[in-house]
Write a protein that binds this ligand. Structure first.
Ligand code: DOR
Length: 428
């Protein structure tokens, strides 16, 4: 994907500006000078700047995804940092946090430095997340402080749960004073066993072994207890079940300072969709029932769930074409995220400003990133989108190196038109 270098003075005018930090929405302009925000306002004169007319389009902060899997190092046949960045730009994302379940895992200061250095010249900010345990084996803690110094922004063994409660306690204790979130993949493996999909009437009908919803909520509850005990900062990833939402809602009501994310696919699909036996629906945690989906949507609306995160998980065609039981879990998600989420949440009655919060300011607050992207002097990171465009997602919209998505053929609402990041303008 080729972006155009931003002209020295660049004026985006006539935009439907949504400022998620100030909570303002107005028709206006954004002036970018040498790649940095100079001014955002109702009337800004061009004064010789190159002008882009954003009439009819929303102009807002670049999106931030706190949960992607780019497969570098080790599985560059699935995704590299560079191709992952392209997929991000196509989805309107200007910052992403990359999970450490690479081959080998990002479990040392050196591996964190590898990602930071390799990603430095890419137009998207890729923040590495360090592994919690050496080799993601769930036993020995990694060098958390040294990884933080090298640029790790959080800790997670995602893909694999931390089964040992003592290890989970210690990582929360150590990461807390570093101000870093701990993200545990909540699936109790003794309940998950060799489960292939959500345990319920559809798993029975399809003859696929089931994963009960409590395999997630039991571990979410454990993690909340440990966060309360240690004062550590827990971020609950890819919440999939109504029961987990209940625990998170209760903990927040009790004043616990924790955050949570949901994926577009858990908001969009249900276990019934697996009747096709399409392995692209096979994800961890699994897609659950219509009731779970409704509860997840309500949880986004009432703030129990803070942000949308894609869990973009590329896999090869060969692996995904395996029999259902053998295929790996995961789907790509960056390119389809906004169209999928805005479609279902607008139907629920959420407004655009609320949904944009979940893609911009809220994920940045989870990670403690600078969230006021419209303040003067900030490097320009903008997403320009048409919220009303209805479109059918197709393979040609994919920029990832992998193709594993069940969103192909789905009708989505809201389309990214341009992304400004890394000093470049990417027209989509
Ligand atoms: O479906 C998933 N795939 N869930 C995860 O947590 C890991 C991911 C992957 O790395 O493929």
């Amino acid at each position: 994907m080729k972006g155009k270098a931003l002209p020295k003075q660049f004026l985006i005018k006539n935009g439907d500006i949504i400022d998620p930090v100030k909570g303002e929405r107005f028709i206006g302009s954004v002036l970018i000078n040498s790649g940095r925000i100079e001014k955002v306002g109702k009337r800004i004169s061009a004064n010789g700047a190159t002008v882009y007319d954003a009439g009819g389009k929303v102009v807002t902060h670049g999106f931030c995804d706190v949960h992607v899997h780019f497969r570098e190092p080790g599985r560059e046949d699935k995704e590299t940092l560079a191709t992952g960045a392209e997929a991000a730009i196509a989805g309107g994302f200007t910052q992403v946090c990359a999970m450490p379940n690479t081959e080998p895992p990002l479990d040392s200061p050196e591996s964190i430095r590898f990602i930071v250095e390799k990603a430095a010249d890419l137009p998207v900010k890729i923040h590495p997340i360090g592994a919690i345990s050496v080799g993601q084996q769930g036993k020995e803690l990694t060098e958390l402080g040294a990884m933080a110094q090298e640029g790790a922004v959080a800790f997670s063994d995602d893909g694999i749960p931390v089964m040992d409660s003592g290890v989970m306690r210690r990582v929360l204790e150590y990461a807390g004073p570093l101000g870093m979130p701990v993200i545990n993949h909540a699936e109790d493996l003794t309940l998950k066993l060799d489960g292939q999909m959500h345990e319920g009437s559809w798993s029975t009908r399809l003859g696929l072994s089931g994963i009960p919803d409590v395999s997630e909520s039991i571990m979410v509850n454990r993690d909340l207890e440990l966060a309360s005990m240690t004062g550590g900062r827990l971020h609950v990833p890819h919440v999939s079940s109504a029961k987990s939402v209940e625990w998170i809602r209760g903990a927040k009501a009790g004043g616990l300072d924790i955050t949570a994310e949901v994926t577009p696919h858990h908001l969009f699909f249900t276990d019934e969709d697996l009747h096709s036996f399409d392995t692209n629906y096979k994800v961890a945690p699994p897609i659950r029932t219509e009731n779970d989906r409704q509860v997840l949507m309500t949880a986004v609306k009432d703030g129990t769930i803070d942000c949308i995160a894609t869990d973009h998980a590329p896999h090869t065609v060969e692996e995904k074409e395996a029999p259902f039981d053998w295929a790996p879990c995961g789907m790509i998600g960056l390119e389809s995220a906004f169209g999928a989420v805005w479609k279902v949440l607008s139907e629920l009655g959420m407004n655009l400003e609320e949904v944009i919060h979940c893609f911009t300011i809220n994920p940045r607050l989870v990670m403690d990133f600078e969230e006021d992207l419209f303040s003067a002097g900030t490097e320009a990171e903008l997403t320009i989108l048409d919220p009303d465009e209805e479109w059918i997602f197709a393979k040609e919209h994919i920029h990832s190196k992998s193709r594993n998505t069940p969103f192909s053929g789905e009708s989505l609402k809201g389309r990214i038109k341009a992304t400004i990041t890394g000093g470049k303008f990417f027209k989509l």
